[in-house]
Design a protein around this ligand. Structure first.
Ligand SMILES: [Fe+2]
Length: 219
């Protein structure tokens, strides 16, 4: 479904995403993100899309579902406040990382007046592990772990200035290790993994079901 939101964005979102975008503040913030950097905006939409797949698989509806989609769309929106050059660099200095580590707090501050407390908690803890590692603050709950799995998968599927996009088998190899170390939730990751089916021999092709396909890549 194609809907026009704001001035120049044609948003191909699912009905869940469009439901969240009924909130004008969220819509305006996402429009700002799109203007700032379309690839960060695309990452947000991709994360929401993969989160939705997991929510379907786990039969989660109601307030939790809306909180997950909202957090997935807004988790990195605070990056708007950071210098754009930071996202173009191949090598990040210690100071650059310190700046980057602030984005969960900035995202929470920007969204705090119009999203639920649960969503704020999810945004603040989306780079944290259950044993308290990582940056941001708080301990991720099960709903946050959904966003984390989706976030990591989509991020690995995207190119960065310092690397190409990982193929699906490469991304799965990395995520297998992250699940072992507790960086992502093992059970939730297993739910995503079962959807990532690959066919073919040496020239494999991997797919995600339905409208998240555009975030999966052929290898
Ligand atoms: Fe983030």
């Amino acid at each position: 479904m194609k809907t026009e939101y704001g001035h120049n964005i044609f948003f191909y979102g699912t009905s869940d995403m469009q439901n969240v975008l009924m909130n004008r503040n969220i819509r305006e913030l996402l429009n700002k993100l799109h203007k700032y950097d379309t690839s960060i905006w695309q990452h947000a939409v991709g994360t929401a899309c993969v989160s939705e797949l997991l929510l379907d698989d786990m039969n989660i509806y109601g307030a939790d579902r809306e909180d997950v989609i909202t957090a997935a769309l807004l988790h990195d929106v605070g990056e708007i406040e950071l210098p754009q050059a930071l996202f173009k660099k191949e090598d990040l200095s210690k100071k650059d990382y310190e700046r980057l580590y602030k984005h969960p707090f900035i995202s929470a501050k920007m969204t705090g007046s119009f999203v639920s407390n649960h969503t704020i908690m999810m945004i603040l803890s989306h780079h944290r592990t259950r044993d308290g590692r990582g940056y941001g603050i708080g301990i991720p709950d099960e709903m946050t772990e959904i966003v984390k799995v989706a976030d990591v998968y989509v991020a690995l599927s995207e190119p960065r200035p310092y690397r190409n996009a990982f193929s699906v088998p490469e991304a799965l190899g990395i995520m297998d290790r992250l699940a072992e170390t507790g960086d992502i939730d093992k059970k939730i990751y297993a739910r995503l993994r079962k959807y990532l089916f690959c066919v073919g021999g040496a020239k494999q092709s991997c797919h995600l079901p339905h409208n998240c396909n555009k975030y999966a890549f052929s290898v």
